[in-house]
Structure formats: structure tokens, C-alpha cells
Design a protein around this ligand. Structure first.
Ligand SMILES: Nc1ncnc2c1ncn2[C@@H]1O[C@H](COP(=O)(O)OP(=O)(O)OP(=O)(O)O)[C@@H](O)[C@H]1O
Length: 248
């Protein structure tokens, strides 16, 4: 019962977020929230402001205005940082740490006691078991992305921000990442995932949020979005996306 109460809480609140690069508003006063346990797909054409929004939320970019809280804590606080993991669209891997040392480093930073067992599972899943001693600088782009995902999953965070997680992954890794999404959802994790691969979120997203030119132009369950869309219930998420984001 306590668990049910805790996952119903708002895990992410974004209020009036604005991010300007010089004079251009990349994110234009957006407000939204994610309940605990909710999985939300963040869609939008190139340059819509998805990555900028995520980077502001996780504190990698300084916001121009607005408030962001994670688990009820200001997003820049240590309390908030203990709750989430972020998978950036371009993996940031340490050149001089091996794959295994990346896991050890994260385990020490987050106090993950059973990290060796957990790391083995992820290494198997992402075909990294025989690459554990490779240095970060010697990994391919896709392998770096796999290490980045493993690092994010290791501390078992309550909220995960995935920015284009499938980029560079091979088909097996894409399949396993989709399985991981499903498991994380079943475990009650809160997930915001930005992607251009719509079928990767269509099956698991409780809600779809669509951005265009820094604004949120759609934010609802897939069925409600479809009901309000001319194409009707037979339309796919792709049809809906193309209709909503087309230039007037
Ligand atoms: N460092 C930067 N300096 C100046 N402008 C930037 C910078 N980063 C992004 N922008 C601009 O901000 C806007 C939003 O970019 P952002 O990367 O957030 O979009 P996106 O939705 O993630 O796009 P994509 O799907 O291509 O990854 C774009 O107009 C982009 O040109």
C-alpha cells in the first residue's frame, strides 16, 4: 500500500522552463509533470528542444527561467541527484577507464553493494562480457552507448531520463533496451524517453509529449491524442506525429 502511495507522487515537475541560447528561445516556457511510475515518450522534430529540456532538467545546462523539481527536491540538489540517471544522446565515456572500471566507479559513487552481479547481467545483455578490460577510448560508438546505458542502470534509479537511447545500438541491443524499458515500467520506475523511433515507445508509454519549436504541442495518452486527431483510431503514432508537427 505504501508503495502504491509513493509511486502516485509527482516525481518530476517542470514549471515555466525557459532556455535561451543567446536570444533564441530553444525551450519556450514549458510546464509539465510526471507521476511516479509513469513512462512518457518525448517526441519532436530535429531542433524541437527535447535535448535542451532534458539537459536543463538534469542540470547539465543552466536554465534561463523556471523551476524544476525531482522527487520533491530542487533538481540541482544532491537529494534529487540520488534519484535519477541520465543517458545523454552522445555517450560520455572516460577514455582511460575500462568497461568494468566504469561500473566500479559508478558503484562507488552511488554506494551500489551488489554491483558485480548486476554488472554481469548488463554485460551479458549488451555483449560487453568479453570487452570488460577494454579502455573507453578503444570502444566503438555503439559500445560506448551500451556502457553509458549500463552505467545509468547500475544504481537502480527511481527516475530515468533517456535521450535517444537507441542511437548507434545494434538490433540485439535495441531489442534488449526495449525489454529493459518494459521491466523498468513493471518495477514502477518513472521514465522520460526522447526518441525518433516511435515504435520503441508506442507499446510502453503511458503518455506522449510532442514538442515543436520549443513548445509542447501535444501531451496526452496515445488513445486520447488519436481520438482528437482526424486520422482516428486506425492511425499510428507516426501518422499522428507527422500531422501534429507539419508546417502550417
Ligand atoms: N549549444 C547550443 N547553442 C546554440 N543553439 C543551440 C545549442 N544547442 C541547441 N541549440 C538550438 O536549440 C534548439 C533546440 O535544440 P535541441 O538539441 O534541444 O533539439 P532536439 O529536439 O533535441 O533535436 P534533435 O532531435 O535533433 O536531437 C535548436 O534550434 C538548436 O539549434
Amino acid at each position: 500500500m505504501l508503495f502504491l502511495v509513493s509511486i502516485k507522487k509527482k516525481m518530476l515537475e517542470v514549471n515555466g522552463l525557459i532556455k535561451k541560447y543567446d536570444k533564441q528561445n530553444a525551450v519556450n516556457n514549458i510546464t509539465f509533470s510526471l507521476q511516479g511510475g509513469e513512462v512518457v515518450g518525448l517526441l519532436g522534430p530535429n531542433g524541437a528542444g527535447k535535448s535542451t529540456t532534458m539537459k536543463c532538467i538534469v542540470g547539465l545546462l543552466r536554465k534561463t527561467a523556471g523551476e524544476v523539481s525531482i522527487g520533491g527536491h530542487d533538481h540541482l540538489s544532491v537529494e534529487a541527484k540520488k534519484l535519477f540517471s541520465y543517458i545523454p544522446e552522445t555517450p560520455n565515456i572516460y577514455d582511460l577507464l575500462t568497461v568494468r572500471e566504469h561500473m566500479q566507479f559508478i558503484a562507488q559513487a552511488y554506494g551500489v553493494k551488489d554491483w558485480k552481479e548486476r554488472a554481469e547481467v548488463y554485460f551479458e545483455m549488451y555483449d560487453l562480457a568479453d570487452k570488460q578490460d577494454k579502455l573507453g577510448r578503444d570502444l566503438s560508438k555503439g559500445m560506448k552507448q551500451k556502457v553509458s546505458i549500463c552505467c545509468a542502470l547500475l544504481p537502480d534509479p527511481r527516475i530515468l531520463f533517456f535521450d535517444e537511447p537507441m542511437i548507434g545500438l545494434d538490433p540485439k541491443a535495441i531489442k534488449n533496451t526495449k525489454k529493459i524499458f518494459k521491466t523498468l515500467k513493471e518495477e514502477g520506475k518513472t521514465i522520460l524517453v526522447s526518441t525518433h523511433l516511435m515504435e520503441s515507445v508506442e507499446a510502453i508509454a503511458d503518455r506522449i509529449m510532442i514538442m515543436k519549436e520549443g513548445n509542447i504541442i501535444g501531451n496526452d495518452t496515445l488513445s486520447n491524442l488519436k481520438a482528437n486527431f482526424n486520422g482516428g483510431n486506425d492511425s499510428t503514432l507516426e501518422d499522428l506525429f507527422l500531422e501534429l508537427t507539419k508546417d502550417e
